[in-house]
Ligand binder design. Structure first.
Ligand code: NAP
Length: 254
């Protein structure tokens, strides 16, 4: 970590990787008396660089993170990882409790079904496979390139696999095309995509936010079915939904 010479400056660790982490780093970076370090998992080949200092790669579980918090004299941690990053939040909760560092979770609200939606909510991808098996023919698979495995073997279904980076095992799909794309996506673009590919079902996660919700509106308008994965369980830590709320919390704890 870069040396911080001002003794009145407090270092805040932002666990990033999702949209909010970038906005948070930008805002905190301008805050007097705060030095912000953003942490990225290092999975994406060309990640956007957050404002301020950035570190990349895992810490080595909760113990590794606890060590890092001590060594770098971290004053507070904001867990701004993606709603479907299911491990990091638990590691942060354990490490912060062990070291006595305040922790806040920044999480955008989940999407909720609206009138006209044809949603099937599932706990896991095995349930999604069962739903697809009962009649889907042309599927937009927007689950992330690392979570394709459960859908391999549905040979009677044609998949349009959309991901930020190229997925590895596409050749094991009997019928699939890959579309590399990063949100935000527009309603017009998503409508055309669903129509051009004659998509009857979308499989996605309940990520929330506005960058990727256009596919849900397009699906509603076109009568396309959506199989949507519920969010994973999280540790009991204080949670806020906006960057402004994080700022108030930072003012209180520092
Ligand atoms: P995860 O299951 O919660 O974490 C797996 C491991 O990756 C953690 O144990 C940790 O390794 C490392 N890690 C995760 N986030 C990190 C961070 N911000 N800084 C340093 N190390 C981190 O997370 P994931 O689902 O694999 O996602 C990885 C990253 O991609 C996350 O930062 C997340 O915000 C982002 N992301 C995830 C999704 C998704 O759908 N899962 C979508 C968009 C973005 P150690 O145990 O070694 O510390």
């Amino acid at each position: 970590m870069e040396p911080v010479d001002n003794r009145n400056t407090k270092t805040i660790l932002v666990l990033g990787g999702a949209t909010e982490g970038y906005e948070l780093a930008r805002v905190l970076n301008h805050k007097q008396g705060v030095h912000v370090v953003s942490s990225l998992a290092g999975r994406t080949s060309k990640p956007r660089a957050p404002c301020g200092e950035v570190r990349s790669g895992g810490f080595g579980g909760s113990e590794g993170l606890a060590l890092y918090l001590r060594e770098c004299s971290i004053a507070a941690v904001i867990d701004a990882t993606h709603p479907f990053a299911s491990v990091m939040g638990w590691n942060a909760a354990r490490a912060c409790a062990a070291v006595g560092v305040p922790l806040l979770r920044l999480e955008r609200p989940a999407w909720r079904p609206q009138a006209g939606d044809l949603w099937t909510e599932v706990e896991g991808w095995d349930d999604a496979v069962t739903v697809l098996d009962s009649g889907a023919k042309r599927v937009l698979l927007a689950v992330g390139r690392k979570e394709l495995e459960p859908f391999v073997g549905l040979d009677h279904i044609w998949f349009l696999i959309r991901s930020v980076d190229a997925p590895e095992p596409t050749k094991v799909f009997a019928q699939a095309d890959v579309l590399l794309a990063r949100g935000p996506f527009t309603l017009e673009g998503e409508t055309k995509l669903l129509q051009n590919h004659r998509i009857d079902t979308i499989v996605c996660k309940n990520s929330g936010g506005t960058a990727t919700d256009a596919k849900l509106s397009a699906a509603r308008n076109l009568g396309v079915r959506v199989v949507i994965k519920k969010r994973p369980q999280r540790p009991e830590v204080p949670v806020v939904e906006t960057v402004e709320q994080v700022q108030s919390w930072v003012d209180q704890v520092l």
